[in-house]
Design a protein around this ligand. Sequence first.
Ligand code: NAD
Length: 462
Amino acid sequence: MANETGLIVQQSLDALLQDTDFLTHLKGLDREQAFRSLGAILSTPNHIHKSYLRIVMDSGNVVRVPAFRIQHNDTLGPYKGGIRFHETVNEDEVTNLATLMTLKNALHEVPFGGAKGGIIINPRDYSVRELYMICKKYVQYFSDVLGPDKDIPAPDMGSGEREMDWMMAEFKNIHPGEPYRGSFTGKSVVNGGSLGRREATGKGVYFTLRYTLYDFMKHQSQWLAGEKTQVNPFLQTVIGHTDRPLKLAVQGFGNVGSVAALEAYQCKLLQNKVVAVSDRNHTLYNEDGLDIPALVDYTANHGGDLPLSKDQLDAAGIKAELLDREAVLTLDVDVLILAALEDQIHADNAHAVKARIIVEGANAPVTGDADRILGEQGVVIIPDILANAGGVIVSYFEWLQGRETQFYTEDEVFKQLVDKMQHTMESLLPAYFGGVHSLRTHCYNHAVMKLSATLYRLGKLY
Ligand code: NAD
């Protein structure tokens, strides 16, 4: 996925350059020069911080763990983004993810910039004490560039609230007497974390689907009946569908996938049937619909994994067939929610995808080539920067609550989350349904426009 985000940003800039209604004061050579500056600013990160953390292992051996923090852009506010603990994490991947964070925050008007961190380890290979030392050292090595008004990390793959609590404690040690609650988000609730943060991304993912299919369509039915719209015929049938439930498949049954699947299962507005879910081991399939609450209970008590065998399914009273891990991607369903990893749909499997709608719960799960193939097939993709922003939006609420030392109830958090996502969708969907571009293009254009206008007003485009 390296550089794919940069490419789409450049395409948005090329389109905006031709749009005479945008930055109307800028004309001729000045305009071209300003857009060249925008391309340079948005295609490269502001800072790449790298270090080798010196860790004393339980055995007494000293190892050096490669770690970095990439700060892409802070035009709209302090840098913000998770720290990934994974053995394959690398600079290109983290730069791309940091760029996506800049765009996601711009799209949803969250007053943060974009950043991402990486620590090249498999956390399963380290003891709790070793992981604690890695977290402390990460903060020690990068403490000058982190802070509530500079750069606010959060959990990502391989890290969670435990690591954020440790990191915030170390930040407080290093900066005595300074505000520290807003230095990390995704903390435990007892340490100033927000209620609802764990569910926020999955809930947001399902909300974007429901809003596109139901709320928007229902409220705009008169307008949609007009001549202007290019609405995918599948979507039009969905609003009036009474004959059969929507069939959904969900790749990944962790924090994001399990919550999105449960939201779909419990949704009262759309008739849904979640027929397949998958994890790192395999796919579970039941054409009559899976018992999602039972699977959520099962994973909570079995280290996060779905049942591994027919015996385990029977013992848990869950009816499902076991299919291979990749089967979830090409099943005959209406909606496919991707909530596992990057690069899952690519040029080699895109033609086999049968879903008419894909929702990107993970970051960049569809490659650029696959995006083009699916677009030609009329598949609607609700892109990552729109669909999976629930986590960073509630992180923003956590940061605000830490500053105000006033805490919201879970209902307040979810209401504000939905209001913010709905506001974004209201500003995108009419142009999307009335136009010819993909929803991804609309999202990127919207985000790049916001960043460009701000940079122009700040006098940075010379
Ligand atoms: P998680 O670790 O809780 O769950 C990941 C799930 O994916 C697990 O069920 C795991 O078994 C499964 N999985 C791993 N490898 C797989 C494979 N090859 N095929 C199928 N399934 C596989 O992670 P999460 O927090 O749910 O995040 C999922 C994705 O969403 C990640 O890419 C993450 O970066 C992205 N994301 C997460 C958040 C958040 O708030 N958690 C926010 C934005 C984006």
